[in-house]
Design a protein. Structure first.
Lengths: 317, 320
């Protein structure tokens, strides 16, 4: 199949547009059906969040691979510093759904809707200062390094941050101190030209940091197997004391007013993995319905419960 | 030895005393811009906890915050207190991180930085950004006012005995190059960290002085020939309100500090006195401060309050 303007160049393909697994070794150790369930849950969570009217909330539909796989690949002693578009990693790290709903609705801790944090689950918080979670993660990683090898910290963010001093300062720090830090950058392609305020510098963040001396990989966010292999390698390198790295995941955001053109279905990581499972006779419409019903039920219970509690508190205040 | 050389030894002792502590900063593995990590680097057992970081104003402060959240006790050495203004976003995060970071967490970061005129640098190297730092919620800000208390102040700040609020210890450049014998330094403060201290008794007037202004106040009092009390205010945030008010009952008050007057630390002090010591006041509360700046290297001493101006203020309130 001919690549569309939405497909990134310069990436290795493991799962092609038709859902064919080109590199079986890349999927080693990966339960694709379980991953699919996680991805569907993340998508439905995004849909549920879109109905909450959270301030400054932005959909992360289409970007799920980086978030979900980071959470699945992080070990119990690893830390993740998510952006506000990575809320889906909290339940995978083991956060109780009620607690999750409370934090997302701003009923816990700092009371900032749409932000999550849990020290006991190794989830760092997202500071209000844009991008400050990157150097905070660097500090976390430095403490891990001082304690000995075997642990790492990953920080997730969008490519818009890579023009800021915060990003460059963190790269300099991570490199200078040889930290077990993995920067997980979610990049967008702009087939119709990027808006000026995106301030893009070149096409590839991975190439850019390579010139800084950093180990990096660029993968297609619609190719979950490729994302898995790259993150797995980066996390292992960091844990083994082989230094910091950056994984650039080129994702297509599926729900945004900025992109008017029709996004081809194969740019959706869920659809691509679904095609694969279908080819392997591991997907049926019933399987889909069951996952969706289960996830919707859990989310609905948690969010309406917390919203009811909030209403009661307001009523009694 | 000068104050910085003694503090370098104390820094090494601090690393020995608590394995959680790490020293961070640009050039710290070469001793640091002020030489404060020199003694630590001379001890092979401590070198691993002296962590050189690039000069990245925002990231390096947030990086230290991350280390603290992970259970470490970072001591950040800066070449100038004004670097904190470049890293202001991270400083604000440091101040509030304990409340937002998800669960029971604190960030006992100690930042040590020189402030005000004294090295002949002018510009940023002569600025006194104290007021901007006290405006950061959650941050504890202390200024050394007596060179012989440098050791005790650093130890008290690094101990975090009275809470784990992130702390900035400012060392006036005008004080830290003074020479003393090692034994001259007081081993401990003998009062709570940040408590206001009466350093000279006298009934004719009372001068509240911050940092390098304490010595200027002493010189001014000598010049007047009056019996004037001097109160050293070393804790700018939080202010030792009780201690300050207790020392204000004489009712003839002067406030002096380095740096500009508008919205400076003196503004808060005078407002406090006007609010809570009003029944004691027998004269206007006068402020004598340094120049607003910007200062050049040649005229940087204008960043300190002028001795004659303090003396004139004392005479005015004393004879009001």
């Amino acid at each position: 199949m001919e690549p569309s303007p939405w497909d990134p160049e310069g990436v290795e393909q493991s799962l092609d547009a038709e859902g064919q697994l080109l590199d079986r070794r890349a999927a080693h150790g990966l339960d694709l059906r379980a991953l699919y369930k996680r991805l569907v849950a993340a998508r439905l969570l995004d849909l549920r969040l879109s109905r909450l009217g959270l301030p400054m909330w932005v959909s992360s539909a289409g970007e799920e691979a980086a978030t979900v796989l980071s959470a699945m690949l992080a070990g119990p002693e690893d830390w993740l510093y998510p952006s506000v578009r990575d809320l889906a990693l909290a339940p995978i790290r083991g956060m109780d759904v009620d607690e999750f709903a409370q934090q997302v609705l701003g009923a816990a801790y700092n009371g900032r809707p749409g932000a999550i944090a849990a020290a006991d689950l190794g989830i760092g918080h997202a500071p209000e200062t844009l991008g400050l979670h990157l150097p905070l993660a660097a500090g976390q990683a430095h403490a891990q390094k001082l304690a000995g090898p075997g642990r790492m910290t990953a920080a997730l963010f969008g490519e818009g941050l890579t023009t800021t001093a915060m990003f460059h300062e963190t790269v300099a720090l991570a490199f200078a101190c040889d930290l077990p830090l993995v920067l997980v950058c979610k990049s967008q392609l702009w087939p119709e030209g990027a808006p000026a305020e995106a301030g893009l510098l070149g096409d590839s963040v991975a190439e850019r940091v390579k010139a800084c001396g950093l180990w990096s990989r660029r993968v297609d966010g619609a190719d979950v197997v490729g994302v898995y292999a790259a993150l797995d390698q980066a996390f292992r390198r960091a844990r083994d004391g082989r230094g910091p790295g950056l994984v650039e995941v080129v994702a297509t955001r599926l729900q945004t007013g900025e992109q008017s053109a029709d996004v081809p279905a194969h740019r959706d990581p869920l659809e691509r993995l679904r095609r694969h499972l279908d080819r392997e006779k591991q997907w049926t419409p019933t399987f889909q319905d069951v996952i969706e019903a289960e996830v919707r039920g859990v989310l609905e219970r948690a969010f309406s419960h917390v919203q009811r509690q909030a209403a009661v508190r307001e009523g009694s205040a | 030895m000068n104050v910085l050389e003694r503090l370098s030894e104390v820094m090494a002792e601090l690393l020995r005393d608590d394995l959680r502590r790490v020293v961070l900063g640009e050039d710290v593995r070469e001793g640091g811009m002020l030489g404060l990590s020199r003694a630590s680097m001379q001890d092979p057992a401590l070198g691993l906890r002296v962590l050189a970081t690039p000069l990245t104003p925002v990231a390096s402060l947030a990086h230290a915050t991350g280390l603290a959240l992970a259970g470490r006790r970072p001591i950040v050495l800066l070449a100038s207190a004004t670097a904190l203004l470049e890293g202001y976003g991270a400083l604000r995060e440091l101040g509030r991180v304990a409340a937002t970071a998800g669960g029971e967490r604190s960030a006992p970061v100690l930042i040590v930085a020189p402030t005000g005129p004294g090295f002949g640098l002018g510009g940023d190297g002569a600025d006194s950004p104290e007021a901007a730092l006290t405006a950061v919620p959650g941050l504890r800000v202390l200024v050394l006012g007596d060179a012989l208390e440098a050791v005790a102040m650093l130890r008290a700040c690094a101990s975090f005995d009275d809470g784990e609020a992130p702390t900035v210890l400012l060392l006036p450049r005008a004080l830290v190059l003074r020479e003393f014998m090692a034994d001259d330094f007081k081993p401990s403060l003998g009062r709570p960290l940040g408590a206001a201290r009466v350093v000279r008794e006298g009934a004719a007037a009372t001068v509240f002085a911050v940092g390098a202004a304490v010595d200027q106040a002493f010189a001014a009092v000598e010049a007047t020939g009056l019996e004037v009390a001097i109160v050293e205010v070393s804790g700018l945030a939080p202010l030792d309100e009780a201690g300050i008010l207790a020392a204000a009952t004489g009712g003839k008050l002067v406030v002096t500090h380095p740096g500009g007057r508008a919205h400076g630390p003196g503004a808060e002090l005078v407002a406090l006195l006007a609010d809570r010591a009003i029944l004691h006041l027998d004269a206007p509360v006068l402020r004598v401060t340094g120049a607003e700046g910007p200062l050049t290297g040649r005229d940087e001493s204008a960043g300190l309050p002028d001795v004659e101006a303090i003396a004139a203020a004392i005479t005015r309130v004393a004879t009001y």
